[in-house]
Design a protein around this ligand. Structure first.
Ligand SMILES: [Zn+2]
Length: 769
């Protein structure tokens, strides 16, 4: 029988833990349509989704096709017995300077007590490029199926408000309209929001309101397959992403925000259609929503806000480990002292202080080698191949190369330091480092302290078993094994977590997650190799295996028809210029070079439409002569804190979007569109307030009144971009050899007219000399 701390046993433990962790990154099997009504079925929800989007067309809020989709959503609610109402207005979200028509769909299941309400919400509008089956058709169809299930259910204590919101993609405009103007909003005490940032994978809890201790406990108790990690929430807070829940959270409403995030290259693309949606993600959305809805429906929502936050992390998507952040400081200290004592007692006879000297070299050597190895591999794995910035369709060869690199880093440490560093010295220093990490996290990022506290806790608990074992040649065997298994769990969990948000060009960052595992495994390996002579031969084999894995990786395609690159054609013309351009647009800047060359696209300096230039692959074509806007200006005046300028923009019929860019030095502070506040730069956002632009989506024809407040009275230039449909005859010559693995993303194909206007200085500001 293999001894427990034999390297092969440790490898088997690591692999078992890794496969367990992969469960946290996979979605459940969809439940069939004949399942009883108290169970959510992804197959039933999929039928709804296909009924909403049979044409597979984009349906941006305000577009004619969005009306078609809206009518289908309404008729589903009606056939489930609801009387849906539409909240209809032209609205602006001053957080983003963005305006559009809004048609929110609202249905209510009255509660027995009423007054307080649970808001269950997803948005039905799509982005410009695709039908948005995952984002957020999945959320919409989940809510429609849940609303149908809930209709037959006895009343809950609280009202349930189903809000299928509009115009999320243009800047959370529908949610803002609901929160600012709908009378039902004041009853809302908690929100369940469903979103997507991809087309596959688990529906993870990635955001909550502040004071989430209580709702995290509910999530843990009422959801079968909880996935989520409070570190993700900490990262998300620092990312420039928002969802409808941002609006409600800013108003202090508690909530749970679920999204799936794999298959990000299909997100917002032309093929975000029902065929590309992982039905397991839909199932997970439904299970999470139904579990939370039933328990929140019955709960006293006046006490849903806790005084503090919880840290949490799921283990194999089976259980949620969660803890109040207030205990982390004391707990870290207690566990650290316990672990240090256990090690000290176990090795009190053989420990000498001078053993630590080589540890001071060996441990940094291993940790640095891991990151350096990741950095070196980031070139063949990430920089050299043509890749999407966030996702690889075939990631396992690259992952294997990284795992083998870890093996090489570990083996070289053993070869160099075996005989110099004792197992005991490494154990003391390794676990002391984990303890220090725990103390740092509890003070800086307490909701992420489980990263260090879980391995410490398991090491500590298992040391009790060792205490009662008969004296053996392997002191702290169980503590080491459990500590190692938990450190491995933490390492793989966070490796795959980073894998969802970065590609192999960031390999050096991803492999940092393996520091924990490396620190915990080395004492056992050092003990194992103590009496053995190590040669460099295994290191050579490992190196050969790494190079082979890299080679295989380099031959794998970085883009496939299922995981496409983003590339679209747009037409651009600037007012007053003689030629127009067909531009090969790729927002991630990963356009197909072969295609560009084959169709004579050359890098060209173009007007960005934001008072600057950008370099893009483009080709000159004859001018289309698109209609633009014209502006009439009123005289400016002094207002508190600055200057007010008013102008009217006359828009051509049929323009999809008007974007105005205002130079930063003008000091735009606030803006109104047709009398409604459209931008307020004093609102703190994650976007660092860099937005000095106004956007109108489907504004209709005719004049639009703008009033802007600036800190400078000087004359300035304003850039205006108008979007029109892209005439297919214009791009037909470019469509030959269009690569299968390229799809429009985000804004999609369009024709844009760029104009610049001078707005005059405010006269009264001139003082005569
Ligand atoms: Zn969305």
């Amino acid at each position: 029988m293999l001894r427990l701390r034999h390297p092969v046993s440790l490898l088997i433990i690591s692999l078992l833990v890794m496969f367990g962790v992969l469960r946290s990154y996979s979605s459940p099997a969809p439940v069939e349509a004949d399942a009883p009504d108290v169970v959510f079925s992804a197959i039933r929800a999929e039928a709804i989704l296909r009924d909403l989007l049979p044409e597979n067309m984009p349906h941006v809020s305000g577009s004619p096709y969005n009306t078609v989709v809206r009518n289908r959503v309404v008729s589903h609610l009606e056939s489930s017995g609801y009387e849906p109402q539409i909240q209809s207005r032209f609205h602006c979200n001053p957080m983003f300077g963005s305006c559009s028509p809004v048609e929110n769909i609202i249905a209510v299941k009255p509660g027995s007590e009423g007054k307080n309400a649970v808001l269950v919400t997803a948005h039905y509008d799509s982005g410009w490029a695709g039908p948005g089956a995952a984002d957020d058709g999945a959320g919409t169809s989940t809510i429609l199926e849940i609303a149908r299930m809930a209709a037959d259910f006895p009343s809950f204590r609280n009202d349930i408000i189903f809000l299928i919101s509009d115009s999320e993609e243009n800047g959370l405009i529908g949610a803002d309209a609901f929160a600012e103007h709908h009378p039902l909003f004041e009853n809302v005490k908690v929100v369940i929001n469903l979103e997507a940032r991809g087309v596959a994978g688990p529906s993870a809890l990635f955001e909550t309101g502040d004071g989430n201790r209580s709702i995290i406990r509910m999530f843990s108790n009422n959801v079968n397959r909880p996935t989520g990690n409070s570190l993700v929430y900490e990262i998300y807070k620092r990312m420039p992403n928002d969802t409808d829940y941002t609006v409600y959270k800013r108003k202090g409403v508690m909530g749970v925000n679920f999204a799936f995030a794999q298959g990000v290259s299909v997100y917002h693309s032309a093929i975000d259609d029902p065929d590309h949606l992982d039905l397991g993600s839909l199932q997970h959305h439904g299970d999470n929503t139904w579990g939370m809805l039933k328990s929140l429906g019955e709960r006293d929502l006046n006490t849903i806000m806790s005084r503090e936050d919880a840290g949490y992390m799921d283990v194999f998507a089976k259980r949620l480990v969660h803890y109040p952040v207030s205990i982390t400081g004391g707990l870290a200290l207690f566990l650290g002292v316990w672990v240090m004592l256990a090690i000290g007692l176990a090795f009190r006879k053989e420990f000498r202080f001078r053993q630590l000297r080589w540890g001071l070299v060996a441990i940094p050597y291993l940790l640095i080698t891991i990151v350096a190895g990741g950095y070196l591999l980031s070139w063949p794995l990430g920089h050299w191949p043509d890749l999407h910035p966030l996702e690889h369709p075939y990631p396992w060869a690259g992952r294997l190369a990284l795992f083998l690199m870890l093996g090489l880093a570990g083996y070289s440490t053993l070869k160099l330091f075996s005989g110099r560093v004792s197992a005991c010295a490494w154990m003391i220093m390794g676990w002391a480092l984990i303890f220090i990490l725990g103390m740092v996290l509890t003070s800086k990022l307490p909701a992420a302290s489980h990263i260090a506290l879980l391995p410490l806790a398991l090491f500590g608990l298992a040391s009790v078993i060792d205490l009662f074992r008969k004296k053996s040649p392997a002191p702290l065997l169980f503590a080491s094994l459990f500590g190692f298994a938990t450190a491995t769990l933490i390492s793989f969990y966070h490796f795959f977590m980073l894998d969802v948000v970065m590609n192999f060009d960031q390999s050096h960052i991803k492999v940092i997650s393996f520091w924990m595992m490396a620190l915990a495994v080395m004492p056992m390996l050092l003990a194992f190799v103590k009496e053995r002579d190590l040669t460099w031969q295994p290191a050579k084999w490992l190196l050969a295996a790494i190079l082979t894995a890299c080679l295989v990786h380099l031959f794998l395609p970085g883009f496939t028809a299922e995981r496409p690159r983003d590339m679209a054609l747009k037409y651009s013309e600037v007012d007053g210029e003689e030629k127009g351009y067909v531009v090969l647009e790729s927002l991630y800047k990963t356009h197909d070079r072969k295609y560009a060359k084959g169709h004579d696209f050359v890098m060209t300096e173009l007007n960005s439409g934001r008072l600057g230039t950008v370099e893009r692959p483009a080709r000159e074509v004859a001018l289309l002569g698109l209609p633009g806007i014209w502006i009439t200006e009123q005289p400016g005046r002094k207002v508190e804190g600055g200057w007010s300028r008013e102008f009217e923009a006359h828009l051509p019929d049929g323009s999809r979007v008007l974007r105005l860019a205002i130079p930063q030095e003008t000091g735009l502070t606030k803006a109104w569109v047709n009398g409604e506040l459209a931008l307020d730069k004093s609102i703190e956002t994650k976007h660092k307030n860099t937005i000095d632009s106004l956007q109108l989506v489907y504004p209709g024809g005719g004049p639009v009144k703008f009033e802007i407040h600036t800190t400078s009275p000087e004359e300035f230039t304003l850039a205006a971009v108008t979007w029109h449909d892209l005439p297919s005859v214009l791009i037909a010559p470019f469509m030959g050899n269009w690569p299968d693995e390229a799809q429009p993303f985000a804004y999609g194909p369009r024709a844009e007219k760029i104009q610049e206007f001078k707005l005059s200085a405010v006269e009264s500001s001139r003082t005569s000399p």
